[in-house]
Ligand binder design. Structure first.
Ligand SMILES: NC(=O)c1ccc[n+]([C@@H]2O[C@H](COP(=O)([O-])OP(=O)(O)OC[C@H]3O[C@@H](n4cnc5c(N)ncnc54)[C@H](OP(=O)(O)O)[C@@H]3O)[C@@H](O)[C@H]2O)c1
Length: 250
């Protein structure tokens, strides 16, 4: 064991990627597999997307499903991962939804669902996996956040509050886990064309690229490539790493 209480990184860590059926989640699953992880490929409703990415993985993997907004469903999917691969060593809270509306007109049930999925769901998965990480004195929690967590975008009070909350969660959980070799960080991608954004009207997307210091969208592969940094760095915790074309500094 090292001086800071960290244990040894497992040879082939078990990595849970929530929402691995979606755009960024698929790329994250592939990258973690390439880095030697055994990936739990999670989906909520798009089994096809999850199966497609699982077929490309080279290491042992498992397909799991469930709404992370439900504590019972989250416990069940963790039990399946533990039985088939072992407990989760690397948690990537990637699964999320967006239900945009000006707040004064927003359906309260929609607002609550965004918080339930994006924020409370991330608590559920962390609650289910972090005790094992603390016991083995090595673990990684990577929360996918968004520039919307810090930059105001009209129509996104729910999404923004969920991601800002997740940044606070990241920092505070990091402070609880550092002495036991578990790092907790956030990864903030810029605008990517995925299932979450490809239904936006052209007039919203047009001109968006030019607002960033690096005037282009980010690809899911570019964001996923950074995940190795989170695995490798024992002394990086509580941070928000932005791969966002610089939009967060505007
Ligand atoms: N796209 C962007 O421009 C952008 C920018 C910044 C941050 N992000 C963040 O990047 C992450 C990935 O999003 P994406 O762009 O790849 O969008 P996406 O293609 O829509 O993927 C979202 C994923 O979340 C899953 N999901 C939805 N409801 C869920 C629930 N109740 N429980 C568990 N998983 C659920 C979906 O699963 P099913 O399809 O199986 O239902 C899907 O796999 C999200 O955290 C998002 O906030 C995206």
């Amino acid at each position: 064991m090292s001086k800071n209480g960290a244990g040894v990184r497992p040879e082939s860590p078990v990595a849970l990627v929530t929402g691995a059926s979606g755009g960024l989640g698929q790329a994250l699953a592939l990258e973690l597999d390439a880095l030697g992880c055994r990936v739990a490929v999670h989906y909520n409703s798009s089994r096809q997307g999850a199966e497609a990415v699982r077929e490309k993985l080279t290491n042992p993997s498992v397909l799991v499903t469930g709404d992370v907004g439900s504590w019972e469903a989250t416990q069940a999917l963790h039990a399946q991962i533990t039985a088939e691969l072992g407990p989760v060593d690397v948690l990537v809270n990637n699964g999320a939804i967006r239900k945009d509306s000006l707040m004064a007109m927003q359906n309260p049930a929609d607002w609550a669902q965004v918080i339930q999925t994006n924020l409370i769901g991330s608590f559920h998965t962390a609650r289910a996996s972090v005790p094992h990480m603390l016991r083995q004195r090595w673990g990684r929690v990577i929360n996918i956040v968004s520039p919307s967590g810090i930059i105001a975008t009209a129509g996104q009070t729910a999404y923004s509050a969920s991601k800002a909350g997740l940044i606070g969660f990241t920092r505070t959980l990091a402070s609880e886990c550092g002495r036991r070799g578990v790092t907790v960080n956030a990864l903030s991608p810029g605008f990517m064309i995925t299932g979450m954004t490809n239904t936006l009207p052209d007039r919203v997307i047009e001109g968006m690229e030019d607002k960033a210091p690096i005037p282009r969208f980010v690809t899911v592969e570019e964001v996923a490539r950074s995940v190795g940094l989170f695995l490798d760095q024992d002394c990086m915790t509580g941070q928000v790493i932005s791969i966002d074309s610089g939009v967060s500094i505007t």
